[in-house]
Design a protein. Structure first.
Length: 442
């Protein structure tokens, strides 16, 4: 490690602060976004069209922006994300102010989708590269769990604040969000530098061939590997419900409550954050022992799917909210475990692009889910959409079981020394600092 390089703790601290600030700015609108679009004159199906276009644009731009992060650098990609999101957020407010209708919201949704794709993959890749370069000897599962907890805490604050600000005017959370994105840009510009990664110098003429080269390598290290392919496919199935369900609960729960009060949506969004944090805590606790990542993934996927079906079947506001919070807690388990699993397998050079490839396919599944479940909600009901979506996500279980049957070393979480004899039984040393290479060698 270079004497001028920051310590692993500094890298982790800057990463957690950046992720928390980013999520805080984003979450200001999460509890009111659907209500904002409805107030701007869109019908419920048009709301889901706008959201599906947002997701579709993420799918379209995932690989090109992932390649940018793997060539020009993770820092450049993240800063572009902040700038584009700021413009798109202000654009949303402008379209609503002039009652621009669906098609202008579609344009702004494309801008926002582009902004998010510059973020996806880049921050994770930056963290893992920097930790490798600075001699980090801990477990990625715990870092990603802490990241998810920091995001959840930021979402808790942002969601409540967004709901309260929305009582003033539904455009106010968007305006405050734009201001926060500007502050995050300044912080990231000062503290975030590419460590352990050498940007590739490219020209406009050579960029297509470079994109082709990295994309081919990403497919080799991604889709052609059984472990990665199964993780991606399970994520695609689960994505058919996740985004639609998050946007649909705002009008659905308020309808069950029988009252149109914006602050309630903010409180529910905050409770979702708490549930996600509790799910992250399960991961934090579980990684102290030797266990299997697929154990967590299978249980969490099953609980989440069953809970969502219950959300659609019940006619009680309180029961529906409780079951939805249980589902979100399960997703709080799935996300960091999947992140750590992928990063144990993917080489550094293709890391951002493969993660973006994963996001691309998940975005495709999400777009189909939002379109299909949105149409179903329009002709039938939102409750029917939840039941159908929950049943659909049960299809992730056989995929995850197939992943478990591969019985790869990367499926095992190596616990702290002396905590469990299972590690030794699997040929894995009982220490907390085992890295991917040691696992593969076992």
């Amino acid at each position: 490690m270079d004497s001028t390089s920051p310590s692993p703790n500094t890298v982790i601290r800057n990463y957690l602060i950046t992720v928390a600030l980013y999520t805080l700015s984003a979450s200001l609108i999460w509890g009111v976004n659907t209500l904002f679009l409805l107030d701007a004159g869109l019908e419920i199906f048009e709301v889901f069209i706008a959201n599906a276009v947002f997701t579709g644009s993420m799918a379209l731009f995932e690989i090109p922006t992932g390649v940018l992060a793997d060539t020009r650098g993770r820092r450049a990609s993240f800063l572009l994300s902040l700038a584009v999101l700021l413009l798109g957020t202000l654009g949303y407010v402008g379209v609503a102010a002039i009652q621009g209708g669906l098609w202008l919201f579609v344009v702004m949704s494309i801008v926002l989708g582009l902004g998010y794709t510059f973020y996806s993959g880049a921050m994770e890749a930056w963290l893992v590269d920097a930790l490798d370069a600075t001699g980090f000897e801990g477990k990625l599962d715990q870092i990603f769990a802490r990241s998810a907890m920091a995001s959840g805490a930021a979402m808790l604050i942002g969601s409540v604040a967004g709901g309260l600000l929305g009582e003033l005017d539904l455009s106010v959370p968007f305006l405050v969000r734009a201001g926060l994105l500007g502050l995050v840009f300044v912080f990231a510009y000062i503290t975030m530098h590419d460590i352990g990664f050498q940007p590739i110098k490219t020209t406009l003429s050579s960029l297509p061939s470079e994109m082709s080269k990295i994309t081919r390598a990403s497919i080799t290290y991604g889709w052609k590997q059984n472990e990665v392919r199964l993780l991606i496919l399970a994520g695609v199935v689960q994505a058919t419900l996740l985004a639609w369900g998050f946007h649909a609960w705002q009008p659905y729960f308020l309808d069950l409550l029988g009252r149109e009060v914006t602050w309630v949506a903010g409180v529910i969004a905050a409770l979702i954050s708490i549930s996600t944090i509790l799910g992250n805590t399960v991961v934090e606790w579980f990684t102290k022992f030797c266990g299997r990542r697929t154990t967590l993934l299978l249980w969490a996927a099953g609980i989440s799917a069953a809970a969502v079906v219950g959300v659609g079947l019940t006619g009680s506001f309180w029961v529906a909210v409780g079951l939805y919070l249980l589902s979100m807690g399960a997703y709080g388990v799935i996300t960091p475990v999947k992140q750590a699993y992928l990063h144990q397998i993917i080489p550094s050079e293709q890391r951002a692009t493969v993660i973006s490839f994963d996001s691309l396919l998940a975005s495709g599944g999400s777009m189909l889910g939002q379109g299909g479940l949105g149409y179903l909600a329009q002709i039938r009901s939102l409750s029917t959409g939840y039941v159908t979506g929950g049943i659909t996500t049960l299809l992730a279980l056989p995929i995850l079981y197939a992943l478990r049957r591969l019985d790869k070393p990367t499926d095992y979480i190596v616990g702290e020394a002396g905590k469990s004899g299972v590690c030794a039984a699997q040929g894995l040393p009982e220490v907390a600092t085992v890295d991917a290479k040691a696992r593969q060698a076992s």
